[in-house]
Design a protein around this ligand. Sequence first.
Ligand SMILES: [Zn+2]
Length: 290
Amino acid sequence: MLYDGGESDILDVGQPLQIPIPTLPEGIYRKGNTGPQVKALQSNLVSLGFSLLVDEIYGPKTAGVILQLQQKFPPIKVDGVYGPQTKASLQTLIDTHFHLVANPTDKLVLVNRVNGLPAEYVPPDLVVPNIPFAFQEYDPKKQMRKEAALALEQLFTNAKQNNLSLIGVSGYRSYERQAQIYARNIQISPTKAQFSAPPGNSEHQTGLAIDVSAASINYQLSQSFAATPEGQWLAQTAPLFGFIIRYQLGKEAITGYQAEPWHIRYVGTAVAQIITQQELTLEEYLGNSR
Ligand SMILES: [Zn+2]
């Protein structure tokens, strides 16, 4: 029930009153600054989901949050100092209802353009799945969370039994690594922003997603994977092992990303089968589509 603020004298106690968030301050603030403007900034950061003490002191924690937010907006300077450009970027996050996810270790965690992971989040149980990769040497991107890695091994074993040459390309990716990739993509072409995930907004940071490909298309991550025997088999079979094709054709407006037939996300067998059978996205399944 909405409190209309005048006509009704009944306050629905089940609904917390929305505390108005102050507007973002003008000016430049950096480590060491104090006062009500810093408080206004901190209140906004807390409203976005960052755990921060609203103490009116621009300390290392506030600077750290500003720094990780700046990494989402290349080519803005990443210096932890709040100024006009950072203000504009923050306003964009507020206007698009960005929120930091509160349950990063949850198997069903929703990470997309508006639900972001904290920079410091590293999955607690990363392992390297025993599957063929497109490259030999160790790389952090070979990792996945343990439960997803075990399921992936079973999926790949099944593929092999069906004489399909499925291959792993890229699994876990840290916030820092995603920041580098995103900044480079933006530098090459600003329009690439629509295909690339800002740091914190990539499912690869959850350790529950991996990009896969096939020898027949040279291990590339391209739309042509969908038409390969491996791509077709994957779309059919992945849900039986707990994976969904996360970014489907025609669902771009919901997921925020172009179709990616090569990107699979672990959600567990029960949910994967419901999502696939009902042709849903994870957003729709979680009732979170905008
Ligand atoms: Zn991917």
